[in-house]
Design a protein around this ligand. Structure first.
Ligand code: NCD
Ligand code: ZN
Ligand code: ZN
Length: 454
């Protein structure tokens, strides 16, 4: 089947150009001067719209298998399609946590049956003897959490938490042999344990106490872990990806490590830049995750998004039920941390473009080109001929208001309910097939394929 996205603009080679985009089957085959495309093709009228590469989210929590009361692979990939995401990577904090080739094969089979968009899955690198074999399954990266929760058993189960530096060192040596990248949630649990005790002793288990605990001493819980990881990456040659980059010092250390030749990529998440203030946490409590990001760190993150020190924005889409959040008003340590975001993230970033906080070129790089490049994903993150026809049509001038009613996620709420902005996702295509158009998810479970690596 041939389709032409006509009369719009196409984002290619770093800028918007007035071109028609030709799709044959699942691929982009040509970019042509307007009106010069094949005449026998189905026309998608993109007048007033810009075609961007479909967004690539290397960090989302699908909840399947094991936590399907929160979300499943159909609902989360419906949310992805509605949010302009055409590729997602799921995380291993499912049940069973993904640690072996058997777990991984079973989980990938679930994606194959259910996913609407293209995908991969990052297993935990917890078992040294499984690392090499899991690489053969076509994964793009491994994931490890340096955090194990106190006061709850989810979302950071002890099975896949790693605190011991010796264990990290051995793991990174093993991963270095695969040439894949290790994604890490940086955290120092023993510092957290000490800081939280002071709030608990005072009887304060509020979301704001939780936020201040995580942000203690200007971010030492994040910074010390990040320093250790960077030094171990330097020692082992393991490619590293730091998730939840949110302090000025993390950014400085990452830049310093790059100067030394360390292959480190950095990710920040929507909640770091669009939530995370004292007001957000006091108003919404555990619903906004309640990770406090003080204004000077938010500023540093925005600067790093603009200048490229932070490579990408990933959603860290982390749905939990209202029930699992409500308990946070009395004990934030008992509420499951995490907040949804894959449906809202691109519109929020397009609004930042509209407001002049970010260039469209940086927005595209942060959301599609960089994740595809850094995780070696073939045929994604670009609209150049030869790429998969993964396309999001956006209207940069169309206003939006986010509501709980429009949420595709199973949980039915978003921390952005009521927020307005400008720059909307109008239509999403995965390998040439419409998966979202004009407010309706049209993609079918099973359309998604595991991505291939370059
Ligand atoms: C995530 C989750 O809910 O799975 N929650 C969170 O704290 N952001 C896990 C994670 O990203 O660490
Ligand atoms: Zn995390
Ligand atoms: Zn996460």
């Amino acid at each position: 089947m041939r389709r032409v996205i006509a009369n719009g603009e196409v984002f290619v080679e770093g800028e918007r150009r007035p071109l028609d985009l030709v799709i044959e089957g699942e691929s982009i085959t040509a970019l042509l001067a307007r009106g010069t495309g094949p005449t026998d093709a189905e026309v998608i009228d993109a007048n007033g719209l810009v075609a961007l590469p479909g967004a690539v989210d290397v960090h989302m929590h699908t909840r399947e298998p094991g936590y399907t009361h929160k979300e499943d692979l159909i609902t989360c990939t419906r949310a992805a399609a509605a949010g302009g995401y055409t590729t997602i990577f799921g995380m291993p904090n499912v049940d069973p946590p993904t640690m072996t080739t058997e777990d991984l094969d079973a989980t990938l089979e679930l994606y194959r049956e259910k996913s609407i968009v293209d995908y991969n899955h990052n297993p935990a690198a917890k078992l040294l003897d499984q690392i090499a074999a899991m690489a053969d399954r076509g994964i793009a990266a491994y994931k490890i959490f340096m955090v194990v929760d106190t006061g709850r058993t989810y979302p950071h189960p002890s099975a896949i938490g790693v605190h011991e530096h010796g264990e990290l060192y051995e793991m990174m040596k093993e991963i270095a042999k695969t040439d894949l990248r290790l994604m890490v949630h940086p955290h120092d649990q023993s510092l957290m344990d000490v800081v939280e005790q002071s709030y608990w002793a005072a009887g304060d288990r509020s979301p704001w106490a939780y936020g201040k605990t995580l942000a203690a001493e200007d971010g030492m819980i994040w910074d010390t872990a990040t320093g250790t990881l960077l030094r171990l990456a330097e020692a082992t040659g393991c490619k590293l990806h730091i998730v939840h980059t949110q302090t000025a010092r993390q950014i400085e250390m990452i830049e310093d490590a790059r100067q030394r030749g360390v292959d480190v990529s950095a990710e920040t998440n929507h909640w770091t830049i669009f939530l995370g203030t004292e007001e957000d946490i006091k108003e919404q409590g555990s619903y906004v995750l309640s990770y406090y990001v003080p204004p000077h760190h938010q500023q540093a993150v925005w600067d790093a998004l603009r200048n490229g020190s932070i490579d990408m924005v990933a959603s860290d889409h982390a749905p939990h039920t209202r029930e699992e959040k409500e308990v946070g008003w009395t004990d934030a340590w008992a509420a499951h941390t995490g907040t949804p975001g894959i449906q809202d993230q691109l519109p929020l970033l397009l609004d930042a473009v509209h407001e002049g906080k970010l260039s469209l070129a940086r927005c595209v790089d942060l959301t599609s080109a960089a994740p595809a490049r850094i995780f070696n994903i073939d045929k994604k993150g670009s609209l150049a001929p030869g790429s998969d026809a993964d396309i999001v049509l956006v209207d940069l001038g169309r206003p939006w208001t986010i509501t709980n009613e429009a949420v595709e996620s199973k949980i039915g709420w978003t921390p952005y309910h009521g927020r307005s902005g400008t720059g909307s996702v109008v239509r999403t295509l995965v390998r040439g097939t419409d998966v979202y158009a004009n407010g309706e998810v049209t993609g079918l479970p099973g359309h998604g394929k595991q991505v291939t690596l370059r």
